[in-house]
Every structure is written in structure tokens, then in C-alpha cells.
Write a protein that binds this ligand. Structure first.
Ligand SMILES: Cc1cc2nc3c(=O)[nH]c(=O)nc-3n(C[C@H](O)[C@H](O)[C@H](O)COP(=O)(O)OP(=O)(O)OC[C@H]3O[C@@H](n4cnc5c(N)ncnc54)[C@H](O)[C@@H]3O)c2cc1C
Length: 615
């Protein structure tokens, strides 16, 4: 239903989209010229996807921004001539008030993403889709009541492996997934369309704190595996040892986990590139090697073409465990969100909402919660289960830098860079990230004087990141009256120091690799082109002025026998509950310091096999 301010909101958003996009339109047709109605339409769609507790404040702040024009010039923002609008937008962007900067940054990010997503895409970037998984077992018209022996909530790496092994062992399994069931190639990877189709809240999720950390999660059948880069690591042995000692986790030696790592690696085809890595990835490697730093190629879950064309298929859950699950007789219920669960006699009763068919109930004696590091604690807390739940969320805070080189390093079909610098791990890790023109333009938002660079020089530019293993502990909470979970994450001063150190060292490696200009992800940060200029970087990341993000979340319901700090036992059973298990990233006791999916898969496999063995 349209809200009472929808026309005013639309006018303000449209004026913002035109104002923010027009400065990129410098005459090159590839920059994208007005009209920018497609940008406005995208922003309006994204507003509807915002977490529900942010929609009202966002509406109020946008209308406030529009009305602020009255105070400045006697006219609302959207009725002003373009030059006056630009001045107001700049003033808010540079405001000393965080909420004003955040508002403008939000709209500029969306407008920029949509503008640069108009770039033509090469046909080779979209490999031929493999046959869809068998439709047998996928519930489209689920009815009002369902029963099963084991209900698995969430179909990401944790849930897909759990459900698959249970079904293959002959259990009657229902796998419930909030997101839609889409083929892997329903859209281009890392595109605006993918964000709209497969990301939770359209990718607009934020861990709140004095320095906010933007994070993203998958919300589709296959979860994060469908949208991620596929970079694989085993859990480092010293991390396993720390978990064993500090959290009293049984059965977690390297030798005990090895068979699970090996099985998962086989089943998702973990392998290194058959040919040369992308040039931007090699640049970071070269820079690190010149400085004498350890740098490696991370393997990926990927099945490469044997034809030598360099193509292949990422081995996501919809390519691997989920077809196996359906073939073994498992039932998959997509588009259904589990709202709450409670015990009723010897059964768990799950109340869910189906996108098309509304409320439904699922009864099962055993439940595995695999909804991810934010949604699993949120569901438990909504259900009144709170002990050690959602109090210790961890993530890998990440800061980015855009580098420009004198020679080409980027192509439209570059794909996923694979090199990671591990010299300072686990404290710091560096890598190269997705560097499409749209992602480069997003990285340049902090450098308005160079806004057109991503359009002019994208083939000589790439995005790089410095990721830290942080000491901060965040929380996941459910606000009364709202559906979406509130995540808070208070970075510590040490974390901000490590991020600053990481950014500095990453810039050093990129300069050693021959970068001619660096654009760090700091609000109005310096443009750097020599080692001397690195002195301009802060030694402690300023609060509220660094643009941080993460794609790695975990540790919100840690496993172990230490009842004072653990939510679940060593094998994922919730302390104090029968037949209620967790099987996802929430269980990791602390941040692993490496890409986490390898750890999640191995633990899920270990835990479900133990469950099957015990009865
Ligand atoms: C862009 C991106 C890139 C990444 N790159 C890498 C990488 O290269 N290597 C790596 O190791 N890791 C990577 N990750 C992280 C990795 O994808 C996650 O750690 C992993 O997917 C987590 O697995 P999970 O099973 O715990 O949860 P998820 O994958 O988040 O799956 C949980 C599923 O549960 C569903 N769900 C949630 N709540 C409910 C509910 N109430 N009812 C029903 N269903 C629900 C969700 O929709 C989701 O599909 C990346 C992540 C992202 C977002």
C-alpha cells in the first residue's frame, strides 16, 4: 500500500538520483547519460528491501533532507535547479553529522551501482547454465501442515550438507529455506541483479556501531554459497587448538577433522586455477613477493572446463549437495521463513510463513538450525531461547583500497582474484576483490575529485582489501514489533589500529607492485602515489569515517562444553535441549582468520555423522 508521503519521497529520491549520477556523466556514452529513471526505480525497490526497523528512519531522513532545501533557499531540494541541488548534496556528504553523511552515502552507493551496472557485459561472462536440479521433492504448494522426521532450517553450506547426509542415511528430511530456488546462473555473478535476487535485504545490512560495518548474506536456496567467491581454506590448526582449549570442544584435533575436510574438498572439487590468475590478482602477489611477504593462491570450489577455455562452474550447494539431497528423497521447501519454534510434547513445532501461501506449521521430533550466524540466533531469541545466544558475534572487518596501475590489469570478465597475502595472518590478510566497473565506482565514492576514474580507467584499476581478525564481540537481537534482526558490532581501538596497519601495509604492497595511484576507503581519504605519502594514512582508523564491510560472520552461538560461554555442545546440540541442533557458521568459537566456508562444511559434516551414529 502506498504510504502517505510516497509522492514526496519519490520526488526527493528522483532528484537525488539525478544529482548524484550526473557528475559521473562526463560525455562518454559508457558513463550512462540521463534520464536516470532506472536509477530511481532501483533505489525505490531497495528501500522496500531495507531491514524493517530502518525503513521509517530512512523515509523521515530523506523527507528531512528534501525539506532542508526550504531552510537553505526557500524551496524543497527536489524543486531546486541542478547546481543548487549539487551544493546541498555536497554539504550533507561533508557534514559533521554522521547521519547526514550516512544518508548521502546510502543514496550515492545505490545510484552509482545502478549507473555502472548499465555497462555492457561480455557474453563469455555468463557460462551456459547446467541442467536445473531435479524438481522432484521441491514443494511449491506446501499446504498448511507438514510433518517430517528431521527439519533443517536454512540451505546454505551448513544446512545443505546436514540435510544431504541425513537424507542419504534414509531419514525423512524437510529442508526449509526462506529465499527462492533459483538456478546458479539466473543472473551474472556479483551483479546488481544478483543482489536483488539472492542477497538478504538486497545486500543492505549493517552492523551498527560508532563505525558501522556493512555486511551481506545470501538469502536463496544454497545460501551464501550461491553468491560467494568460492575461496577455500581449512581451519588453521592453531585456531582448532584454541577452540579446544578455551571452549572445551571435544573431537576437534586436526587429525579428527581431516577426513571431513578431505571429503568436502572432494565433493565440491576444491582445486587451484588450471591457468594463469587474473592480472590484478598477480599484481598483489608480485608486490608481496618483492617485499619478501608470504603470498599464496587460495584454491576454490570450482569444476574447471577440460577444454582449456578457462571457464567452468562454481560448485555451490545447488550444484552439489542439494541435487544429492533431492535424489535421496529429501523434500525442499523454498520461500518459507521459520518465524518461531517451540517444543510441543515430543515434537518441535515450527511456525513459518510462506511467501505465496502464508502461515504454515511444521512438526518434527528433531530440528537442525542452519540459518547462518545472524539468523540462527535471531530465530532462537524470537523463540525465547537466549542463553549464550547472539552475544558473541564475530566477523572479519575489512577496509578497501582502489589501485590504479600504468598498464591494464582488469577485464570485464576478470572473475574472482585468488591471491591472498598471509605474512601477517591471522591478524591481517590482504587480497584482491571483485573489480567490475560498478564495484570500482563504489570504491571511488570516497574520492569525489576522481569520480570519473572508474569510467575512464577501469581496465587499469582493481579493488583490494585488508581484512583483520578482530577482538570485538557483537550481538544479534530481535527488536519487539520488527521482523528483522538488529546486529551491533563495537570495534575496539585495537581493531581500528589493526585496520589502519592493514591498510598501510596493503598500500605498501600495491606500490611495490607498481601502482601509480591508490584511493583508500576512508571518507575524504588521501590519494596516494608514493611510499612517502603513506604517512598521510591514519595510524588509528577514525571512528565513523572509515567505510568498512565484511562478508564473513560467525561465532554467535559458540560450541563447546564450557557452559558459561557456549550455546551448544561440542557437536552442535543446544545445551539444555533435546533434539535441537545448530549446524552453521554460528558454531565457530571465534573468527577463523581465513575464509570460513571450509570450516563450516567440515564441522557440519562431522556433527551430522556423529548424530547419525548416535541413533
Ligand atoms: C559475497 C560473499 C562472498 C563470500 N566469499 C567467500 C569465500 O570466497 N570463501 C568462503 O569460505 N566464504 C565466503 N563467504 C562466506 C560464506 O558464504 C558463508 O560463511 C557461508 O555461506 C555461511 O554458511 P551458513 O550455512 O552458516 O549460512 P548461510 O550460507 O548464510 O545460509 C543460511 C540460509 O538460511 C536461510 N535462512 C535464514 N533464516 C531463515 C529462516 N528463519 N527460515 C528459513 N530459512 C532461513 C538463509 O536464507 C540462507 O539461505 C562469502 C559470503 C558472501 C556473502
Amino acid at each position: 500500500m502506498p504510504h502517505p508521503f510516497s509522492d514526496s519521497y519519490h520526488d526527493a529520491v528522483s532528484a537525488l538520483a539525478y544529482t548524484l549520477a550526473s557528475r559521473h556523466a562526463v560525455g562518454d556514452p559508457a558513463d550512462g547519460q540521463a534520464p536516470f529513471n532506472d536509477l530511481t526505480a532501483f533505489i525505490l525497490r531497495q528501500r522496500a528491501r531495507l531491514p524493517d526497523y530502518l525503513r521509517g528512519p530512512m523515509l523521515a531522513a530523506t523527507l528531512g533532507f528534501d525539506l532542508a532545501g526550504l531552510a537553505r533557499n526557500g524551496h524543497r531540494f527536489h524543486t531546486q535547479p541542478p547546481a543548487v541541488r549539487r551544493r546541498q548534496a555536497e554539504a550533507w556528504k561533508n557534514s559533521k553529522f554522521g547521519f547526514a553523511r550516512d544518508l548521502l552515502r546510502y543514496y550515492e552507493s545505490l545510484a552509482t551501482l545502478a549507473l555502472y551496472s548499465r555497462e555492457p557485459s561480455p557474453v563469455s561472462a555468463v557460462p551456459v547454465a547446467p541442467p536445473a536440479p531435479p524438481a522432484n521433492g521441491v514443494l511449491v504448494e506446501p499446504g498448511r501442515e507438514l510433518r517430517c522426521e528431521v527439519a533443517v532450517v536454512g540451505s546454505g553450506p551448513g544446512g545443505a550438507i546436514t540435510a544431504c547426509l541425513l537424507a542419504e542415511a534414509g531419514r525423512d528430511v524437510l529442508l526449509i529455506e526462506e529465499g527462492p530456488f533459483l538456478p546458479l546462473h539466473s543472473c551474472r555473478s556479483f551483479s546488481q541483479q544478483e543482489m536483488e535476487q539472492k542477497y538478504r535485504n538486497g545486500g543492505q545490512t549493517i552492523a551498527m556501531g560508532r563505525t558501522k560495518v556493512a555486511y551481506v548474506e545470501g538469502c536463496c536456496v544454497g545460501g551464501g554459497s550461491e553468491i560467494n567467491s568460492g575461496l577455500y581454506h581449512r581451519t588453521p590448526p592453531e585456531v582448532l587448538e584454541h577452540w579446544r582449549q578455551e571452549f572445551q570442544v571435544a573431537g576437534l584435533t586436526e587429525a579428527e577433522l581431516r577426513p571431513h575436510f578431505e571429503a568436502c574438498e572432494r565433493e565440491v572439487s576444491v582445486s587451484t586455477l588450471p591457468g594463469a590468475a587474473p592480472a590484478a590478482s598477480l599484481k598483489l602477489h608480485e608486490g608481496a613477493v618483492r617485499l619478501g611477504w608470504k603470498s599464496l593462491e587460495a584454491p576454490r570450489w570450482f569444476r574447471y572446463d577440460t577444454g582449456g577455455g578457462g571457464g567452468g562452474i562454481r560448485q555451490t550447494m545447488t550444484q552439489t549437495y542439494l541435487p544429492r539431497f533431492l535424489s535421496a528423497g529429501g523434500r525442499l521447501l523454498p520461500d518459507a521463513r521459520v518465524d518461531r519454534l517451540r517444543k510441543e510434547g515430543d515434537q518441535w513445532l515450527l511456525r513459518a510463513t510462506h511467501r505465496a501461501h502464508g502461515a504454515l506449521e511444521i512438526r518434527a521430533p528433531t530440528v537442525f538450525l542452519c540459518a547462518g550466524a545472524v539468523q540462527t540466533p535471531a530465530l532462537l531469541r524470537r523463540s525465547g531461547i537466549t542463553r549464550n545466544i547472539g552475544d558473541t558475534l564475530q566477523l572479519h572487518p575489512t577496509v578497501k583500497v582502489v589501485a590504479r596501475f600504468p598498464e591494464p590489469v582488469n577485464t570485464l570478465d576478470m572473475g574472482v582474484p585468488v591471491h591472498q597475502v598471509k605474512e601477517f595472518a591471522p591478524r591481517l590478510s590482504f587480497g584482491c576483490s571483485i573489480s567490475s566497473p560498478a564495484y570500482l565506482a563504489l570504491g571511488m565514492i570516497d574520492h569525489p575529485a576522481s569520480a570519473g576514474e572508474a569510467s575512464r580507467s577501469w581496465d587499469r584499476m582493481a579493488n583490494y582489501y585488508a581484512m583483520i581478525t578482530a577482538e570485538a564481540r557483537g550481538s544479534v537481537r530481535q527488536l519487539p514489533g520488527f521482523q528483522h534482526a538488529l546486529v551491533r558490532y563495537p570495534l575496539t581501538a585495537n581493531d581500528r589500529r589493526n585496520l589502519a596497519d592493514g591498510l598501510h601495509k596493503l598500500c605498501e604492497a600495491l606500490l611495490a607492485a607498481g601502482a601509480e595511484a591508490l584511493f583508500p576507503g576512508l571518507n575524504h581519504g588521501p590519494r596516494l602515489s608514493s611510499l612517502d605519502e603513506l604517512r598521510k594514512l591514519p595510524t588509528l582508523l577514525p571512528e565513523g569515517l572509515a567505510n568498512l564491510m565484511t562478508i564473513h560472520l560467525f561465532s554467535s552461538c559458540p560450541m563447546g562444553e564450557d557452559l558459561a560461554r557456549c550455546a551448544a555442545d561440542s557437536y552442535g546440540r543446544l545445551h539444555g535441549f533435546d533434539n535441537l541442533y545448530i549446524g552453521d557458521a554460528s558454531l565457530l568459537c571465534t573468527a577463523p582468520g581465513v575464509n570460513p566456508q571450509g570450516s563450516i562444511m567440515a564441522l557440519a559434516r562431522r556433527n551430522v555423522l556423529r548424530f547419525l551414529k548416535s541413533g
